[in-house]
Design a protein around this ligand. Structure first.
Ligand code: GRF
Length: 216
């Protein structure tokens, strides 16, 4: 099978990007990263990409009059790199419905909560404040609404009595680094179908297989 050609969009440190870089470096992984694009020129993720020999682009949103023109420039860069799939990995810009529509069912995002709970920022702080016993992470297809779309992979993570948001963030991040490569692999292997908001993996809506629904 031909490998999926992926553009990864970031804004910051890029630890999820690193998990995808590492996964793509394994010989049988069904995807390759052809571009890492950041809206911030100083994002550490760009350094990670350069170290891995992956082409990078920095396109500042500040240089554009509106969201549509910024998104159009991002889209053009992705196409120019030859990518046919997009992974958002800590990309801190809201994308326009026009851009999202162009990548419908061809764009994943990772969010540090068990969606649909705690969309948006500060999800760890809010999960602790709400008294949740568990939170986690979600990899989902992107739809026009923020942190919304069919769920490919989730992992649950316990919240401990004295957790600070930073403690919880570190624990969830470990799960994120397992979930994103897994979700990308499932999609790239063609094992995923989308029915409304539900994702079937190998034709099954809630696979019991822990390698597909990793608890952690
Ligand atoms: C992660 O927690 C991810 O879930 C969220 O933004 C954070 C990015 O972290 N969307 P990193 O840049 O991948 O380290």
């Amino acid at each position: 099978m031909e490998r999926l050609k992926v553009a990864v969009l970031i804004s910051g440190r890029g630890s999820n990007l690193q998990s995808l870089i590492d996964a793509c470096a394994t010989p049988d992984f069904p995807a390759e990263i052809v571009l890492v694009l950041s809206n911030k020129a100083d994002a550490y993720g760009l350094t990670r990409a350069e170290q891995a020999g992956i082409p990078t682009r920095a396109i500042s949103h500040k240089g554009f009059p509106d969201r549509d023109s910024f998104d159009a420039a991002v889209h053009d860069a992705i196409i120019a790199a030859g990518a046919n799939f997009v992974c958002l990995a800590g990309f801190m810009r809201l994308l326009t419905p026009g851009f999202v529509g162009k990548w419908h069912d061809r764009m994943l995002n990772i969010h540090p909560s068990l969606l649909p709970a705690f969309k948006g920022l500060h999800s760890h702080e809010r999960a602790i404040e709400a008294g949740c016993r568990f939170t986690g992470c979600t990899v989902h297809f992107v739809r026009a609404e923020m942190d919304d779309g069919p769920i490919v992979v989730q992992a649950a993570v316990p919240i401990h009595q004295d957790d600070t948001p930073d403690d919880l963030s570190a624990r969830v991040l470990e799960a994120e680094h397992r979930c994103y490569p897994l979700a990308l692999r499932l999609v790239a292997e063609g094992r995923v179908t989308i029915e409304g908001m539900r994702v079937l993996v190998d034709g099954i809506a809630s696979p019991a297989d822990p390698t597909i629904n990793p608890l952690g």
